[in-house]
Design a protein around this ligand. Structure first.
Ligand code: HEM
Length: 160
């Protein structure tokens, strides 16, 4: 898991901006997933709790189980931000997380839309602080996380 493309300046931009967004994880995470479901509405059907899927995006966004998923996503992003100097330490966890997501039926391509939606949520939350340098830094971090998760789509369960 390479993060050599992240400069110290980029790490600083990520840390400074995440500190703001992380203060209200559920709000910003809801903006992210609202955008995601606008771009790929069918993704809402992958969230099934007690074997039932939601009949609408609103129902999904309003459920406590889905709110927990938002918290889980934000916790993973937080872990990545806390580990900017040691991202390889997260690789095994992220590969396993990718494998779990493959099992839910989500396509790897949809994680491009998740990335777009993350940038959208950051921009909405940060306003003028979301400069093009900040966007580039976050894009790189997200690409690193997804690259580790993507190994869960093609590695077998023994990690070969
Ligand atoms: C296309 C977008 C996504 C879909 C459709 C999706 C779907 C799911 C589903 C159905 C579950 C199992 C139910 C649950 O725990 O709520 C799950 C679990 C989880 N998701 Fe996602 N997810 C998506 C994106 C993400 C992203 C971007 C992250 C973090 C970077 C993430 C982190 C997690 C975590 C940490 C779990 C719990 C895994 C465990 O039980 O060990 N998800 N996801």
């Amino acid at each position: 898991m390479e993060n050599e493309q992240l400069s110290e300046y980029q790490k600083e931009l990520i840390r400074d901006t995440w500190q703001i967004v992380n203060q209200d994880q559920i709000h910003h995470g809801t903006v992210l997933f609202t955008r995601l479901f606008e771009l790929e509405p069918a993704l809402v059907f992958l969230f099934q709790y007690n074997s039932a899927h939601f009949s609408s995006v609103q129902e999904c966004l309003g459920s406590s189980e889905f709110t927990e998923h938002i918290r889980k996503v934000m916790t993973v992003i937080d872990a990545a931000v806390q580990s900017l100097d040691s991202l390889p330490s997260l690789e095994e966890y992220l590969t396993g997380l990718g494998r779990k997501h493959r099992a839910t039926g989500v396509k790897l391509e949809s994680f491009n839309t998740v990335g777009e939606s993350l940038l959208y949520a950051l921009e909405s939350g940060l306003g003028d602080m979301f400069t093009s340098d900040t966007r580039d830094a976050w894009s790189r971090l997200y690409a690193t996380v997804v690259s580790a998760m993507s190994q869960g789509w093609w590695r077998d369960p023994q990690g070969q």
